[in-house]
Design a protein around this ligand. Structure first.
Ligand SMILES: [Zn+2]
Ligand SMILES: [Zn+2]
Length: 249
């Protein structure tokens, strides 16, 4: 199965007639192209090979713990109250997210949105959340990339979670006002410094319970800064809902 996933990752940037045909014909696995699709366009073999987040994660920050709060969240709690991640950020999920983010596998927003929906339904009372806010992107970055990867996942998630009810998606009132350099290669201290004051909220959120949707949570510096800003605008509870959580090396 690993080999078939590798093949997909190698070829997914090419226009694949076979996979386009499969959309109109019977369902094929998104990664290995067998027609034994189970869920989210994936077969059971490929689903098993994904790096699912373990159940014993820290309730607040999502890192490996004993299923309660980790030491770091007890001694210096983050501004968000909970973290729910579908996967650990490792191969092949890391490569899939990179492909998605940089626009070569845009259709993955559907699979990611569906997977996040299932995770949230398992562990959360959806009615207890008032608003779903995707991690905002700076307008300059949006222009460069053409889409906000967190918003596309949040749209799918919102349509599944809220179904016939009123949408909870709010992607207009949280703004990224500062263009920060890419955070990936920076140490935590620098990330925290870069992101400080980067967000602005254009809405009174008094008493609101909010879920922030993002693709990857690395150090959590951006999510923490947004959570802090949401709370300054009146939110009482903020959760991070992410596709993948990076574990420290
Ligand atoms: Zn497969
Ligand atoms: Zn923790």
């Amino acid at each position: 199965m690993k080999q078939t996933i590798n093949n997909w990752l190698k070829n997914s940037h090419l226009l694949n007639i076979k996979s386009i045909a499969s959309i109109f014909l019977k369902p094929h696995c998104f990664l290995c192209a067998t027609n034994r699709t189970q869920k989210h366009g994936l077969c059971s073999g490929c689903l098993n090979d994904l790096t699912w987040a373990p159940a014993n994660s820290c309730l607040q920050c999502g890192l490996i713990s004993d299923g309660n709060l980790c030491g770091s969240c007890i001694s210096s709690p983050p501004d968000f109250n909970a973290t729910h991640a579908v996967f650990i950020y490792a191969y092949p999920i890391d490569t899939m997210i990179q492909r998605y983010k940089y626009g070569t596998s845009l259709s993955l927003s559907h699979a990611f949105g569906q997977l996040l929906n299932e995770k949230i339904r398992l562990i959360n009372n959806v009615d207890a959340i008032d608003l779903i806010i995707p991690m905002p992107m700076h307008p300059t970055r949006l222009k460069e990339r053409g889409f906000n990867q967190a918003l596309e996942i949040a749209k799918v998630l919102d349509s599944l979670l809220c179904k016939s009810k009123i949408s909870k998606l709010d992607y207009k009132n949280a703004i990224r006002k500062t263009l920060t350099p890419p955070q990936a290669s920076l140490p935590l201290k620098q990330r925290v410094k870069n992101i400080k004051g980067a967000f602005k909220i254009n809405k009174d959120l008094t008493g609101k319970r909010i879920a922030i949707v993002d693709d990857v949570m690395t150090t959590g510096a951006s999510l923490n800064e947004l959570a802090k800003t949401l709370k300054q605008a009146g939110a009482t509870h903020v959760e991070c809902w992410v596709i993948a959580r990076t574990l420290p090396h």
